[in-house]
Design a protein around this ligand. Sequence first.
Ligand code: GLN
Length: 481
Amino acid sequence: MNLNTCTAHELLDLLKQGKTSVGEIFSSLLTAIKTFDGTVNAYVRTARSTEAAPDAKVPIPVSIKDNINIEGWETTCSSKILKNYIAPYDATVIQKLRSAGIPILGHTNMDEFAFGSSTETSCYGPTRNPWDTSCVPGGSSGGSAAAVAAGEAIWALGSDTGGSIRQPAAFCGVVGLKPTYGRVSRYGLIAFASSLDQIGPLTKDVTDSALLMNIIAGHDTMDSTSAEVPVPDYTRALINDCKGLTIGIPKEYFIEGISTEVKEALEGAISVLKNKGARFIEVSLPHTEYAVSTYYIIAPAEASSNLARFDGVRFGLRVQPQKPRKSAIVDMYEETRDRGFGREAKRRVMLGTYVLSSGYYDAYYLRGQKVRTLIRRDFDTAFEHCDAILTPTTPTTAFKIGEKLNDPVSMYLSDIFTISANLSGIPAMSVPCGFSKSGLPIGFQICAKPFAEEMLFRIAYTYEQNTGWHKERPSLKAGGL
Ligand code: GLN
């Protein structure tokens, strides 16, 4: 049996029955990484020691996106500017994993500072999609999604600011959950857009997602935006039945540009859920058409302020130019930021600084905040009529490496269905629901009211128990490219 392709809950059962050991699980993962990561490039660094405490409750190794601080580890957001930055503390999610006895397997590749939808902007080179290595895995948590899909990880954490967990989950055929804003502590997550960022699980199935949420969710005094809402046992929401549930389909989401294969897979999902008792209605989210532009004002604005701290003084890279230009300190700031940030990071800093500048603040940033409220109200109104909302996760399946790299607008549009959940703060999950003719995974997205993650788990679990997509694994060839 290949332990590395098992789910965490399957491995926990095997451990309980004494059929395997933590050591065996680790070595099967390390072998998979050695065999496939030359091609997939999902990891930027792996653990040196792989021990789990003997009394660990859940000793199943987890892989962590490279923007979550792990004490004593280099943590770089896959950016040159943070090279050699060693995290002096554990993020709250890492502390929580450690107290459950979960060992950390490695840091996974990502778009630089989580700016992107393809994991191509990493300073460590692109991650490849395990289902077709000429395609992107999505992003920005592409390393986490690809590692889970390739059997190089059992489960993983990512972060989602505009779709960065759900879009790669859909492209790689795994389950990805963005929790409600405030559900999981952001302490120790290197900030991209602080009012949108959330950490969440990428897993092989819905049960593992619930198990991981049980461990990472909860209030944290170190994050003033984390919510004091009790954490339920999410595994109790794994119910194979949708009787009495009303699911909304937003009419604005069936735009031009959505592929027929994605549409057909979604129709298939609707009929599975109908058979299990769900009732479907049409709902309207009238401000959807403004979501991408609103996001690309608010997210870069917050990113430009968050990135101001990377100036060569306190973290990572410091470069002094050869010839003096202005003053020693200004020269150092400029040279460090010029050499340290990639093209997309620079683009975001410029966009963000522009929309926040005094002459343009009202026209862009303030107006963006107002439209954000309208988008959130659309969801409030829709949820008066339904328990959850079903949409495609992405308009198409994974695109080719290089295809959108020089066309930022078309890259930005790949998050058209995921961004609204971040702007509204609601939880949303991507669930595998089929494959295209060329063998690339497709996912649907399910959204619920704030703190109603249990609704997502119930609907996703029902779907999963009545289909077999989550059991499919890619057949990767060993070796380099
Ligand atoms: N792709 C979106 C962006 O580039 C979302 C990224 C994310 O969720 N971190 O900003």
